[in-house]
Ligand binder design. Structure first.
Ligand SMILES: *Cc1c(COP(=O)(O)O)cnc(C)c1O
Length: 234
């Protein structure tokens, strides 16, 4: 097997940066989970990341993930779907991942609940929020979050664990922190309402270009691809 030491080196550097951000934020250094984003990455390289200690991976596309899954060494590794999910793909992914991070409609939640119940499972989900109100992006608008949560809470077969967001690409640390702090405020507001059947523990935000800012503003999971595996070749 070829040793791609760069993956190991990148992971070590990212973990160090995550730790530094935690210390800067006055948070425990083990309070943020690193999710390795493996879209377009070939299984041998993903397996090297796992060998180097990655315990959670995220994929965007159902077909791609199912096509690679058998070649992955997933013992002790959690799998997340982080990309937009179409209702017609729900049946093929439910039961195949540990969490779906991209739920943004009642219809999608209902489909996931139904498919999960059919196989006697409950699927953990995050609600995706379009914090930057970008028309081209998926995610529920901040002002519609509570209404969606109330509807989704009653759905059997799914369990809401928190929120996820992909914010606009911003330039400065200050701009990045501002949008993450808006997201954190939304997370805390909802958490403090203690809605029935809603567990608000996970805040998934921050990618290669902004995970430190996300940690400074309260992320509990960061989703990092490029900084681990290099630039993606589509
Ligand atoms: C691709 C992707 C990431 C990782 O982005 P990088 O910039 O490569 O770290 C994180 N979250 C989602 C939803 C993605 O699609």
């Amino acid at each position: 097997m070829t040793e791609n030491l760069f993956v190991r080196d990148n992971l070590a550097r990212i973990r160090e940066q995550m730790e530094t951000a935690c210390i800067r934020a006055g948070r425990p250094t083990d309070s943020v989970e690193l999710l390795a984003v493996t879209k377009t990455v070939a299984p041998p390289l993903i397996n090297e990341a796992i060998a180097a200690g990655v315990t959670a991976i995220g994929e965007n596309r159902v077909q791609e993930f199912l096509g690679k899954k058998d070649a992955l060494e997933l013992a002790g590794v959690k799998t997340h779907l982080i990309g937009h999910l179409q209702t017609n793909k729900v049946k093929s992914i439910v039961g195949q991942v540990d969490m779906i991070q991209s739920v943004d409609s009642e219809r999608l939640a209902a489909a996931i609940g139904k498919a999960s119940a059919a196989i006697g499972k409950t699927t953990d989900v995050l609600i995706e929020v379009n914090i930057g109100r970008e028309p081209q992006k998926s995610g529920v608008l901040p002002e519609q979050l509570e209404e969606l949560l109330e509807k989704v809470a009653a759905t059997s077969g799914i369990s809401v664990r928190g929120l996820m967001t992909v914010p606009p690409i911003l330039e400065t640390e200050q701009q990045k922190r501002k949008i993450f702090s808006e997201m954190y405020q939304l997370f805390v507001d909802i958490r403090d309402k203690k809605l029935d059947n809603i567990d608000m523990h996970i805040l998934s935000m921050g990618m290669s270009g902004d995970f430190c800012e996300a940690i400074l503003e309260g992320a509990t999971t960061v989703r990092v691809g490029t900084a681990i595996f290099g630039h993606r070749q589509y």
